[in-house]
Structures are given as structure tokens and as C-alpha cells.
Design a protein around this ligand. Structure first.
Ligand SMILES: NC(=O)c1ccc[n+]([C@@H]2O[C@H](COP(=O)([O-])OP(=O)(O)OC[C@H]3O[C@@H](n4cnc5c(N)ncnc54)[C@H](O)[C@@H]3O)[C@@H](O)[C@H]2O)c1
Length: 255
């Protein structure tokens, strides 16, 4: 049991990568507080996990929501060992000049500013436990992506934040890391795929970009997240860990 006794808050934990992580953390002995804005998805994961875990509807782009969720978790469990900032949106799939200001603001608020809120309201609790922060980034934050400028920018900011926060919180023994998948078959990727000019071709492309030969499911990511939040990773901080089947080694060359 790699996470026995830990209280872990995960945002966007009701679907996709977050759902797989919440289930994996619970299997490894953690108490999981699942934060999500989607009430029906929350009911779905609540049916799978039940007690002693908790399921809180909150929009991570709203400071008041995040403050309320963290306060509730602390009242319920008395401590917080980890925050996994996983909630994210992938729209819009456009170059920057075609991105509306509203869409730009939304992707930055959900993918990036949410980390400000969870840190602002959660850091005191994490200092008390020498806890850990994990951010779900993306390979595109490092190598970019066509037709996805605001999203890539938001994940580049997540990578920079991960390193800056790792330095700032190391004196408290708080580790801050990120995972960077390439593609992962989740509802988000399925939706993004449908928005592409040729979804069938894109599906083939998504398999091919991974050197290991396939676009993974969520379990591959959840296993690495479990490791990074466990004491097995006690000397790892400021790491943007690719969980990408080697996609970055030949990303641009295989269509
Ligand atoms: N799927 C991929 O190929 C892929 C690749 C790299 C990185 N990622 C990243 O992984 C993370 C999870 O993505 P996913 O593919 O599992 O997506 P998903 O859409 O399947 O799940 C995202 C979850 O976040 C929730 N969410 C969205 N906005 C929210 C908000 N404002 N407040 C609270 N909850 C919110 C959604 O309701 C949903 O349950 C994201 O940060 C994404 O950028 C995904």
C-alpha cells in the first residue's frame, strides 16, 4: 500500500485521468477527496469509491470554490498530504489569433490559475504534513502543438510553475512534480479528436506518435502519479515526468 493513510485531494477527479488516479490512490490506501465541476461524473465515481472518500462539486477556476473545498476536506479529515492539480480543458483547438479572449481566459483559468488557488488555500496544510503537489501537465507544454496555442501555453506555464514551486517549497519538505502525457484515451481526447478535420486519421496518428506503438489508457498515467505521490519518490522534486511512451523522441516525424 504505497499511499496508506494519506489524504489526497484531486481536481478533475471524476473523469478520465483524474478518475483513474482517484481509484488508484484509494487502492493504495489513501483517503481521496475528489473535486470536480461535473455533478453526474461525481456521482459516478462516488458509486465506485464510497466512504471514507469525499466528493465535492467545485469549479477550480473560482477561488471561492477552491477555498470551500479545501476547508471542507480539512474539517473532515484534519490534514492534507497531497494536492493533485489535474482538472483541465483542451479547447480551443486553434492558433492564437483565432482564439477568442474568452476562450484564452478560460483555458488559463482552468489549467493554470487553478494551481494558484489550490496552493494559496492549501499550502499551510501541506507544510504541516510535508506534503506533495502533483500537476497534470502535457508534453505539448514542452514541445508545442499545432492548432492548440492557448492550451500549449497553459501547460508550458504549468511546467514552469512546477519548477518554481518545487524550489519555493523544498525548505518545508514539500515535493512538487508534474506528469506530462502525450495522448491518453479519455473523454477529453475523444472530444478533441472529433473536432479534427479527419478523426479516423488522427486516431491512427495518435497511436503512431508514441514510440511504444499505442496511445495509452488512463492506467499508465495513474501508476506514475501513484509513484510520484508515494514515499518511493521522496527524493524527486521539480520533475516534469514524461509518461508518453517516448513520443517526444519522434513526435513530429510520424504521421
Ligand atoms: N487526454 C489526454 O490526451 C491528455 C494528454 C495530456 C494531458 N492531459 C491533461 O490531463 C488532465 C485530465 O484530462 P482528461 O483527458 O482526463 O480530461 P477529461 O475531460 O476526461 O477529465 C477532466 C475532468 O476535469 C473536470 N473539470 C474540467 N474543468 C473543471 C473545472 N473548471 N473545475 C473542476 N473540474 C473541472 C471535468 O469535469 C472532468 O471530470 C488535463 O489537465 C489535461 O490537460 C490529457
Amino acid at each position: 500500500m504505497l499511499l496508506q493513510g494519506k489524504v489526497i485531494l484531486i481536481t478533475g477527479g471524476a473523469s478520465g485521468i483524474g478518475e483513474a488516479c482517484a481509484l488508484a490512490y484509494a487502492r493504495e490506501g489513501a483517503v481521496v477527496a475528489v473535486i470536480d465541476k461535473d455533478p453526474s461524473a461525481l456521482r459516478g465515481i462516488q458509486a465506485q469509491l464510497g466512504t471514507p472518500h469525499s466528493f465535492l462539486q467545485a469549479d477550480v477556476s473560482q477561488g471561492a470554490d477552491v477555498e470551500r473545498a479545501i476547508t471542507t476536506v480539512l474539517q473532515q479529515y484534519g490534514k492534507l498530504d497531497a494536492i493533485h492539480n489535474n482538472a483541465g480543458i483542451a479547447q480551443p483547438s486553434k492558433p492564437l489569433h483565432e482564439t477568442t479572449e474568452a476562450a484564452w481566459n478560460e483555458v488559463m483559468r482552468v489549467n493554470t490559475k487553478s494551481i494558484y488557488y489550490t496552493t494559496f488555500y492549501g499550502i499551510v496544510a501541506l507544510k504541516a504534513t510535508q506534503g506533495s503537489i502533483l500537476n497534470t501537465s502535457s508534453l505539448v507544454g514542452e514541445i508545442g502543438q499545432e492548432q492548440h496555442a492557448a492550451y500549449a501555453g497553459s501547460k508550458g506555464a504549468v511546467n514552469a510553475l512546477t519548477k518554481a514551486m518545487a524550489l519555493d517549497y523544498a525548505p518545508w519538505g514539500i515535493r512538487v512534480n508534474a506528469v506530462a502525457p502525450a495522448g491518453v484515451w479519455t473523454p477529453m481526447l475523444r472530444q478533441w479528436n472529433l473536432e479534427q478535420p479527419d478523426p479516423a486519421r488522427m486516431e491512427q496518428y495518435l497511436d503512431n506518435i508514441h514510440a511504444l506503438g499505442y496511445c495509452p489508457g488512463t492506467a499508465e498515467i495513474a501508476d506514475v502519479c501513484t509513484f510520484l505521490l508515494s514515499d518511493k519518490a521522496r527524493f524527486i522534486t521539480g520533475c516534469i515526468m514524461p509518461v508518453s511512451g517516448g513520443a517526444e523522441l519522434g513526435y513530429k516525424h510520424q504521421i
